[in-house]
Design a protein around this ligand. Structure first.
Ligand SMILES: [Zn+2]
Length: 324
């Protein structure tokens, strides 16, 4: 009997110890998998010619940001698109501010203002406007990148770098015999009668106060998923992610667009930058922003100093007008 007890008790302790170890291992795995990064930096974000066109540098270094909007289809309201761009910008800037200031202050200090760049001539960019604008958003039919729903391009005009976003109105989605085309977010949600202020509040609600995805909001408003998917606000949030400096994390696009030194593993979860089904920034999108801020916080300041010196030297050249 005593022999059995001696051999039994040490075994029991060992079993309990092993069970505890197993639980610790499972918890560790759960913790690690919930924190797996899924983001990438756009591979051009540090390019010598283009880096100044990315909003990450402007937001970190400037106190104000200007944008302009051109809408070339009467089905979509210019005022609504402006509200969407403004809110989407605030959404990203808010997250940048949190990491930039190490969470000290949640309030954005950068001033966002809209300027006019729709001159209704062959070149929609007024020379004065383009020299001031940081973000130019065009909602119109695309004739070059016809297969894209929308895109971002870093641009330089007359020595001025700016971000350019296009929503391609020519893109149609033919799904099960029904055609879905781009639409105005507020029209689709039947909220176009709201005041401008209430529209802003509404977008802030679905993006910040009660973060909502496309499927949930479609169900809540009793509309088809695809109808809400083909609206501008959630697409603008995605394209703004590009203009700030993040790349697409979807499948092959991830390998083509992302900087090999600044991206996470190939296992990418659903996020704004992967499939654009959200009105809010997911944890992975925020991880991308955090890493962008860490990468450029100091570097950007040094470069801005260099840029100011360069501009002084080239002040005469910069008055010569050139093509976009
Ligand atoms: Zn994209």
């Amino acid at each position: 009997m005593s022999k059995i007890s001696r051999s039994f008790f040490p075994n029991l302790t060992m079993v309990i110890f092993l069970i505890l170890l197993m639980f610790m291992f499972i918890f560790m795995l759960m913790f690690l998998s919930s924190k797996s990064w899924a983001y990438g930096h756009d591979k051009w974000v540090d390019h010598e010619k283009w880096w100044k066109s990315y909003l990450i540098h402007k937001i970190i270094n400037k106190n104000d940001l200007t944008f302009c909007v051109v809408v070339k289809d009467k089905r979509l309201s210019k005022e609504n698109i402006s509200i969407e761009v403004n809110t989407a910008l605030k959404l990203w800037i808010r997250s940048i501010d949190v990491f930039f200031k190490n969470g000290e202050n949640n309030q954005s200090t950068i001033k966002i203002s809209e300027i006019n760049c729709d001159k209704k001539n062959t070149n929609p960019l007024d020379i004065m406007s383009v020299r001031m604008v940081d973000l130019f958003v065009e909602v119109a039919a695309e004739d070059i990148f016809v297969d894209l729903n929308g895109y971002y391009l870093p641009k330089v005009y007359n020595n001025h770098n700016y971000a350019y976003i296009k929503v391609n109105l020519a893109m149609l989605d033919n799904y099960e015999g029904k055609i879905y085309k781009w639409n105005d977010t507020f029209m689709v949600l039947k909220k176009d009668n709201l005041s401008k202020l209430d529209k802003e509040k509404y977008l802030w609600e679905i993006s910040v106060n009660s973060p909502t995805d496309v499927a949930t909001l479609a169900k809540k408003n009793n509309i088809e998923y695809r109808e809400l998917f083909w609206t501008t606000y959630k697409t603008l949030i995605h394209e703004l992610g590009h203009s700030i400096g993040l790349c697409d994390t979807k499948d092959t696009l991830f390998k083509d667009q992302c900087d090999v030194n600044f991206r996470s593993s190939d296992e990418q979860k659903s996020s704004v930058m992967k499939d654009a089904k959200y009105f809010y920034l997911t944890e992975d999108d925020l991880d991308g922003i955090e890493s962008l801020v860490k990468r450029f916080k100091e570097k950007s300041k040094e470069r801005i100093r260099v840029r100011i010196e360069d501009e002084g030297k080239n002040s005469i050249l910069s008055t010569i007008l050139g093509p976009i």
